[in-house]
Design a protein around this ligand. Sequence first.
Ligand code: NAD
Length: 486
Amino acid sequence: MSAISKADIEKIVREVVGSLGSSSATATTTATYTSTHYEGRKLLGIYSDMNEAIDAATEGYKAVRAMSVEKREKIITAIRELTRAEAPIMAKMGVEETGMGRVDHKTAKHILVADKTPGTEDIVSEAKTGDNGLTLTEMAPFGVVGAITPSTNPSETVICNSIGMIAAGNGVVFNPHPGAICVSNYAVDLVNRASRMSGGPDVLVASMDKPTMDSAKIMQTHPAIRLLVCTGGPGVVRSVLSSGKKAIGAGAGNPPVIVDDTADIVKAGKDIIDGCTFDNNLPCIAEKEVFVFNNVKDRLISEMQKNGAYLISSAQADALSEIVLVDVTDKKTGKTKKSVNRKCVGRDAKVLLNMIGVSVGDEIRCIICETGFDHLFVQEELMMPILPIVGVSNIDDAIELAVKAEHGNRHTAHMHSKNIDHLSRFAAAVETTIFVKNAPSFAGIGFGGEGHTTFTIAGPTGEGITSARSFTRKRRCVLADNFRII
Ligand code: NAD
């Protein structure tokens, strides 16, 4: 393996972080790739049949079980190094394949995963001693994990899940999003290359060349799969939670932001635009709608405009809404409802503005508009750099509306304020897994905030900011009447 030095890594991080806020780099790669090959090289661990992929992941699990923790950690270190070195490749490929997001930000997301996803140190044992001797509780692997991954953070999720699941001693089989299968499988291959380079098996984790709902169903019912981990929208989370197996569900969010009149408005304007536009609003934690006190609303809008926001009129917002949201008929109920137009998800602000005949330069990274609470921009999880702003007269109204807009997902919420009563009241009322105070949303996943990172935030099933220990089961060993040293 070509080792990458600490200085090189620091240089990459400096360059990536320094480029945040600049326009998207080109997403065109000169590489040729499919879901099974990259530049003519066959990717490791990719199968055409889910049963075969599960068999391969089972062999991977046996290999991990036979390894020392030190060896597992060696593989994880290699995954981190390859991820840092190949982050720009996956970032470009991800944007090119999905048409979503920004190369510079996707590069930063991969480096974040490499640096801040916990490894084997996250697995800790507990000992209890007393009159009756010693009881030991250890965090054991589940076995083979079946993981479903999204199109929005595809390779980031594959690598983050792999590090945590391997650290916990599991095998993994992925059923990635079909729309991001090439970059997801590139990440699966990266994990396997790291294993091979560190003396582990060639196939530690497995995936499908053409994942489908049917292959997901096989995964959900196969007896070798002991744990399902699903990162995606409401449909797929519902599906794994009704599978009858132990499941971790990381589902949709619609994070509101409250700005009150004690906030540092200059900082709030910048932070909100930085967070909302990170990877063109693809992260499920990104700011999706703002509730701001009326007496500071104009100042906040002005600060946002200084940071690359373009203010559109309500007529323009309605015209944009007709494009970015489309009618979808529910097959079961026959009812029609609005749903996001996948062609608009994760697109640059200037591309979206062009759709309503507005031409702007690369300096515009977000579209803002004043709307009422009922506007679809407030109610729907758009995952695009469009930010509706609703004026409110006091903290009671702000909290009531923000909690409603979050739709009970209990995922993520943000607030800019210096009033600790307001901050505490909103945090308690909204009950989200992540609550970020006075910072951009990405501080909540360890980017400029304390704490480890994850791209699987399990609100519905309660694991929260998942890490290796989330993928373990507790086992107890009791040694009665002995083995105390006092
Ligand atoms: P998606 O729900 O369209 O797809 C996720 C995965 O599920 C894909 O692999 C897809 O093929 C599969 N899938 C969809 N329906 C399925 C079903 N019924 N049975 C089996 N598999 C099924 O998600 P997406 O568009 O790629 O990602 C965006 C959504 O995911 C957003 O709602 C976002 O908030 C959420 N998300 C949540 C987290 C989190 O950590 N909580 C992280 C990323 C994305």
